[in-house]
Design a protein around this ligand. Structure first.
Ligand SMILES: [Zn+2]
Length: 306
């Protein structure tokens, strides 16, 4: 899964964005079919069932559409467990009617089943080069991080700061090593790339310090995510993968359900959440590349390559 997530090449090794458009479309359908077959396999279904039996609470993520931000893969969590909300730049506002409805329906359904909801609100950046950060925020990590704290505040305004049922937490994602960076409720920060992959005994105490107001059961459910990410980081550090990502997206995806499409540089994914979809969906001028200075639309921002 990791290879297909990161590769920008088709099965025969050709760089996808260099192929004729008909071949790219064929590749896209084959990729979707592979993902679907894998997701429906008995092995995958059993893995999901077992995970949910052991970890019944709900986990959602709010994240940028950037293909590198693949929380299930980087936490070694079976596909289908973590419910993603993806949008250009990871921009969300709970006042958007459709987004508010979807989240409220999910939280109420989960609560009615006697389960809690953990919401990971993410921003992403690269520690090696700011230009590998989030194009949706014009590579301004501080702005991206500030936005996630605003989403957290909105979640708390809607679902309470008591955190006994819904716990929204801010989480950075460093894309060079696929490392989660946890922001604690008191302002502390825990970069998982700094932790040893061999000593997991201290993790419960670390999480208790970061999130003293989090229900114990929910902290227990964070442990496999944290352990999985630490193991994944160790694998990434051993690998020699390409880090430079140029924005060469050639398709626009609108709506939900694109969790199978996590390959960098291929697609601009626009969630159905903003009430002003005309802005991000509109086609940039064909004759010239748009500039970020003249327009604040997320689509335009993403069209600005390094
Ligand atoms: Zn981004």
């Amino acid at each position: 899964m990791t290879d297909s997530t990161l590769s920008q090449r088709s099965g025969n090794g050709i760089v996808i964005h260099g192929m004729p458009i008909n071949q790219r479309i064929d590749w896209l359908f084959q990729h979707a079919r592979r993902h679907s077959d894998e997701f429906q396999s008995s092995e995958s279904w059993l893995a999901r069932s077992r995970y949910l039996a052991e970890h019944p609470n709900s986990i959602t993520t709010f994240k940028c559409m950037d293909g590198r931000v693949n929380i299930p893969v980087v936490t070694n969590t079976p596909p289908g467990i973590i419910l993603p909300f993806r949008n250009l730049g990871g921009r969300f506002h709970l006042g958007w009617p459709h987004l508010g409805e979807v989240i409220a329906a999910h939280v109420l359904t989960v609560a009615g089943q006697g389960r809690r909801s953990l919401a990971l609100i993410t921003y992403h950046y690269s520690k090696g080069d700011p230009r590998r950060g989030c194009a949706g925020f014009n590579y301004d990590t501080d702005a991206a991080r500030t936005h996630t704290f605003e989403i957290q505040r909105q979640m708390e305004a809607v679902f309470s700061t008591g955190h006994s049922t819904v716990y929204p937490l801010v989480c950075g994602f460093e894309t060079d090593e696929d490392a989660l960076v946890l922001h604690g409720s008191g302002g502390e920060v825990l970069d998982l790339s700094t932790l040893s992959s061999t000593n997991h005994d201290t993790l419960p105490a670390l999480l208790a310090r970061l999130y003293p107001d989090m229900p114990d059961q929910m902290r227990q459910e964070m442990l496999p995510l944290v352990r999985g990410n630490i193991s994944h980081i160790a694998e990434i550090k051993q690998s020699n993968r390409e880090l430079n990502v140029e924005h060469r997206e050639w398709m626009i995806c609108i709506g939900r359900g694109f969790d199978w499409l996590h390959m960098p540089n291929q697609a601009l994914i626009i969630g159905p959440y903003s009430p002003r979809l005309a802005d991000p969906i509109r086609k940039p001028p064909a004759s010239s590349r748009p500039t970020c200075e003249s327009d604040v639309s997320p689509m335009t921002d993403f069209c600005c390559s390094p």
